[in-house]
Design a binder for this molecule. Structure first.
Ligand code: CUA
Length: 329
């Protein structure tokens, strides 16, 4: 059963309700290493806690026996203190060693023929540039990654504005995305599933609503998806295309959103080709359905206060033409 933590603090949208977001359900070797470290730390700290309580209980019991708490200290006290300090030092050294071993293990992932993704964080969404060294496919998508199960993935991270942090708990630990500084995450998903990631560094008003969905799927399904994404987006119906593109251009959408194969050059907002293939809108806050898309276009700020996208004020027939076009891409 999938666990949903999203409903606690943000509206869970569509597919997100079925997405895993759990550190202790690892779906790949990196997350397994982190989960092992977590269990080791919990076990050791629990042992220390229990030993400390036992020592307190024994001390109280013995003091009651003698009814002398302050005047009679056992002669073995220096010896006991020596043991306590030694054990504490050994516990800390074990935690440090486990941490170093885990950190090294996180970087060790055979990555010949890895899939490359450049993931850029923006306020408040994710842009993903795919580049596959095996089949040469390159394409851009947003807010939803598809990964082939069993294949290493190298994700290069950067930010366009402020510091963000990527956290995919089922697949890896947190890593910051800092403007002007490159960072790299290597991971592999070994279990198919839908996993929810989240920006984990406060990055402004809509920080809490900056989710990233990861769909780990069978390599054949991934190949079909990638092939579809790499194709230029074009509505099959020329009429739908012409009417929709006219609204898209006249109302300024093209200044921020790009559609490969058209003259829409925008770089400020997510690329829109193959928008229907994404399961959510607005970085995971709305299901990708016609009604929600219309509401988003009409007044995005009423749904996600901080976004730059201004209200569109379209006539009903213009909205219909635009939705038909976007849904046909
Ligand atoms: Cu991006 Cu918090």
């Amino acid at each position: 059963m999938a666990v949903s933590l999203t409903g606690l603090w943000a509206p869970a949208a569509g597919a997100q309700r079925d997405a895993w977001q759990h550190v202790l359900h690892p779906a790949g070797p990196q997350a397994e290493t982190i989960a092992r470290l977590w269990h080791f730390t919990l076990g050791l700290c629990t042992a220390v806690f229990v030993l400390t309580l036992l020592a307190c209980a024994v001390a109280l019991w013995r003091a009651r026996q003698r009814q002398l708490i302050t005047t009679s200290l056992p002669r073995r006290l220096p010896w006991l203190i020596g043991w306590a300090v030694g054990l504490s030092a050994m516990g800390l050294a074990a935690l440090f060693a486990a941490d170093v071993v885990a950190s090294r293990a996180l970087d060790q992932l055979p990555s010949a023929q890895a899939l490359h993704i450049r993931l850029t964080a923006r306020q408040w969404w994710w842009e993903a540039h795919y580049s596959d060294p095996i089949d040469g496919r390159r394409f851009v998508t947003a807010n939803e990654l598809h990964l082939p199960v069993g294949r290493a993935v190298i994700i290069d991270l950067d930010s366009e504005d402020v510091i963000h942090s990527l956290w995919l708990p089922n697949l890896h630990g947190k890593l910051d995305l800092i403007p002007g500084k490159s960072a790299q995450l290597r991971l592999r998903a070994d279990q198919a599933g839908l996993y929810r990631g989240q920006c984990a560094e406060f990055c402004g008003l809509e920080h809490a609503r900056m989710a990233l969905l990861v769909r780990a799927e069978d390599p054949a399904d991934y190949a079909r998806w990638a092939q579809h994404q790499a194709r230029p987006a074009q509505a099959h119906d020329a009429g739908v295309s012409a009417r929709g593109l006219a609204v898209f251009t006249e109302h300024g959408c093209a200044q921020c959103h790009a559609i490969a194969g058209t003259s829409a050059p925008g770089r400020g907002g997510p690329d829109l080709p193959h928008l229907p293939s994404r399961s959510t809108l607005a970085a995971g806050i709305l299901p990708n359905e016609r009604g929600f898309l219309a509401g988003w276009i009409n007044d995005a700020r009423s749904l996600k206060t901080g976004v730059i996208m201004p209200p569109a004020h379209l006539q009903p027939q213009e909205m219909t033409a635009l939705l038909d076009y976007l849904e046909a891409l």
